[in-house]
Design a binder for this molecule. Structure first.
Ligand SMILES: *[C@@H]1O[C@H](CO)[C@@H](O)[C@H](O)[C@H]1NC(C)=O
Length: 328
């Protein structure tokens, strides 16, 4: 029995189910008239001082607004309408914005969704920043322990600001061109995510900002698929897995499929004359595909074993409020 369970666990993945109405206890947001027509109004209807659980359900539609989930005592969840909870592909609810640093805002302030609430969870929602090329324009700014499941984050420069708190992204899409997964302090585990790059001659997937040897930031991509975004013709070798925003940047890709969009060198300096490579940990283990081949940059390394999730999120990760074992 034990070995049967272990065998099942190896192939277990989240079961495809639909979610077409609000889970019990959640308020509904709908542009055609639910409890609220605006997501922010729904969020603000909850008391930040009360504990327990708070949740909202997004009906199908495009919500053109910036959403701030402020710090609170309760565990807060946003669920999106979908025919298949296991993936982002069937998502029907999109939050979209187009703020950028060109508006005189900080990176966090440009984000379409800003998360400051500990143990926040997001399920099956698309989050977009449609500003495009030219300035930093964030889709998700995550600044708390938080989990993201079956969700899609799209942008161009700086799509996901994984900045502070422990973070888990599972079965998600993250798309962009320049430094599009970045941040300074967060340890973040990316499980079975699709990393999609848009048509550009040169781009960087991660720009980890770990600034010292004792810094907490650590991005690990496990079972990821890296390739061109749908409809985008990306030259071979155009993209690097990362460059060091901080001189102690720490990023691992493991057990992942890397298409030919990934440059044979794999990793890149920050800039000529400001390389920032002395303290970096840029590493790989058991990757496959054309993008996993080539002579890697001298400041990167290959590992002899995979990094474990507890190395990144801590030994108690599976009891954390943001953690959902059904996606793992
Ligand atoms: C290598 O990665 C593949 C794909 O994720 C996985 O199926 C396989 O078990 C991994 N091998 C090792 C030795 O970790």
């Amino acid at each position: 029995m034990k070995s049967l369970i272990a065998g099942l666990a190896l192939v277990a993945s989240v079961v495809a189910e639909s979610r077409t109405s609000a889970p019990p206890g959640c308020v509904t947001v709908s542009s055609s008239g639910g409890d609220f027509t605006s997501i922010q109004q729904a969020v603000d209807s909850f008391d930040t001082g009360s504990s327990g659980e708070q949740c909202i359900f997004l009906s199908p539609g495009t919500y053109n607004e910036q959403v701030l989930i402020s710090s609170r005592s309760a565990q807060f969840t946003i669920y999106g309408y979908t025919d298949d909870t296991s993936s982002y592909a069937g998502n029907k609810a999109t939050i979209t914005g187009r703020k950028s640093q060109a508006d005189g805002l900080s990176n966090d302030q440009t984000a379409t969704l800003r998360v400051k609430a500990k143990n926040f969870k997001l399920y099956n929602v698309n989050v977009a920043n449609t500003y495009g090329e030219g300035s930093q324009a964030v889709a998700l700014s995550a600044a708390a322990d938080s989990g993201y499941y079956g969700s899609a984050f799209t942008g161009f420069q700086d799509t996901v600001l994984a900045n502070s708190g422990k973070q888990l992204y599972a079965n998600c899409l993250i798309q962009g061109a320049t430094d599009f997964i970045f941040g300074k302090e967060a340890p973040a585990w990316f499980e079975a995510c699709d990393i999609r790059v848009v048509a550009k001659p040169l781009g960087y997937i991660t720009a980890n900002g770990r600034g010292s040897a004792g810094g907490t930031s650590y991005y690990v991509f496990n079972n990821a698929k890296v390739g061109a975004a749908s409809g985008h013709n990306v030259p071979d070798g155009a993209y690097y897995l990362g460059r060091p925003w901080g001189a102690y940047a720490r990023v691992v890709f493991q057990n992942s499929q890397l298409s030919a969009v990934v440059n044979p060198q794999g990793w890149r300096i920050w800039n000529v004359g400001d390389e920032r490579t002395e303290g970096v940990t840029f590493a790989e283990y058991n990757n496959s595909g054309k993008g996993a081949q080539g002579t890697r940059a001298s400041f990167s390394k290959s590992l002899s074993a995979a990094v474990s999730i507890s190395d990144v999120l801590g030994g108690d990760y599976s009891s954390a409020g943001y953690y959902d074992a059904s996606y793992m």
